[in-house]
Ligand binder design. Structure first.
Ligand SMILES: [Zn+2]
Length: 368
């Protein structure tokens, strides 16, 4: 057995104090041990989680190196911030799958390659399949990724967001992936595909700008999570970007307004019982931005603890990962102050522990 690590923790999730005893990579005890001098004390999370991160895109290694190098460079940025689990909803390659079997990286749950019809996504990124091929391709990607598949649900065409698939193809794909125990994430921006995605019962709606209050009850009842990838300060940029990729002025203006209003919409979704999870869309944006998402959720009106949970314990449990229950992997981050009082504390991890091992040089520690 390795040397034990003893952390006296205030659990940020519920405010309870626990003495976490870590050995052999796991939390072996969490009962109070007042007589023991701990190795560290502080406020503790089971790590941050980025639910929407494309590791091989926007890598700090640049676009030229091999995908295996790009995903590791991106994962290093996330790890230094205390991101200990990443769901990758689609990739242009299979490189992230390699991280899952290597020690020392955040727990990566990839969805394999993006699935889109020809012309239904940004050029060069997706595995392109026809509607007839979608169900088989979805099963293949879910099997290869050991769980998740990502379907690009809509894209701009003729100036507006148009669904990429007949609803029947989407229904069959989702049904077949579910029959194998897999889960489906769908890129869904416009109203048409959001309605279809909810009707066929996908597992998570990514972006979801067109989700409205009328959708909350059925999303809650069907267990459809919302991963909004918020960026309210970039509403004007979203407008310009939409125009530059062919949106009509009307569609671009809708995009600007929905980007602005989405944090508040998402807060209401949470209030109505929809599972809201934090995702950065790194790849489209730079890596290392999960704390911004948590801040946007809180600024939009989500209770601060729920906002932190959306980027931590709630997301871990949604992914089937543990969250510091006894006898589970010791993935945790320690902070010197309470992030519930000041979310910027999340940018300064004091101690990062992944699978029971200390991660060297967290960004917070480097500043001391
Ligand atoms: Zn994305």
């Amino acid at each position: 057995m390795d040397k034990q690590l003893h952390i006296r923790a205030v659990m940020i999730e519920d405010g309870c104090e626990r003495d976490l005893v870590i050995a052999d990579g796991r939390v072996i005890d969490a009962s109070p041990a007042p007589g023991v001098t701990p190795d560290a004390t502080g406020w503790v999370l089971p790590g941050l989680v980025d639910m929407h991160n494309h590791l091989s895109l926007a890598s700090p290694a640049g676009d030229d190196p091999d995908p295996a190098i790009r995903v590791r460079a991106s994962a290093s940025v996330e790890l230094a911030l205390g991101v200990l689990a990443i769901r990758e909803p689609g990739s242009p390659d299979d490189a992230s799958a390699g991280l899952a079997s290597e020690e020392g990286w955040p727990r990566v749950i990839t969805a394999g390659r993006f699935l889109a019809p020809p012309g239904g996504y940004f050029p060069g990124l997706a595995r392109e399949v026809s509607a007839a091929e979608l169900p088989d391709a979805a099963v293949q990607e879910a099997r290869r990724s050991r769980g998740w598949v990502k379907i690009i649900g809509d894209f701009l065409s003729g100036g507006r967001f148009v669904t990429n698939w007949p609803v029947g193809a989407l229904r069959e794909a989702v049904g077949r992936v579910h029959a194998e125990g897999g889960r489906v994430a769908i890129h869904a921006v416009g109203a048409e595909v959001v309605a279809d995605a909810i009707a066929v019962g996908v597992d998570s709606i990514e972006h979801g700008q067109a989700v409205t209050d009328a959708d909350f009850a059925v999303m809650r009842d069907r267990g459809i999570a919302l991963v909004p990838t918020l960026n309210p300060a970039l509403a004007e940029e979203a407008f310009e970007f939409a125009l530059s990729v062919g949106a009509s002025r009307e569609t671009a203006a809708w995009m600007r307004e929905s980007v602005r209003s989405q944090p508040a919409t998402v807060a209401r979704a949470h209030e109505h019982g929809v599972v809201v999870l934090a995702g950065t869309d790194a790849g489209q944006f730079p890596h290392g931005a999960i704390v911004d998402q948590i801040q946007f959720l809180a600024d939009g009106g989500m209770p601060v603890n729920a906002a932190i949970g959306a980027g931590s314990w709630t997301a871990r449990r949604y992914l089937g990962l543990s969250a510091l229950e006894p006898e589970t992997p010791a993935d945790l981050v320690v902070y010197e102050e309470d992030p519930r009082a000041d979310l910027s504390v999340l940018r300064r991890p004091a101690l990062i522990v992944l699978g029971g091992h200390l991660v060297s040089q967290p960004v917070g520690a480097m500043r001391h």
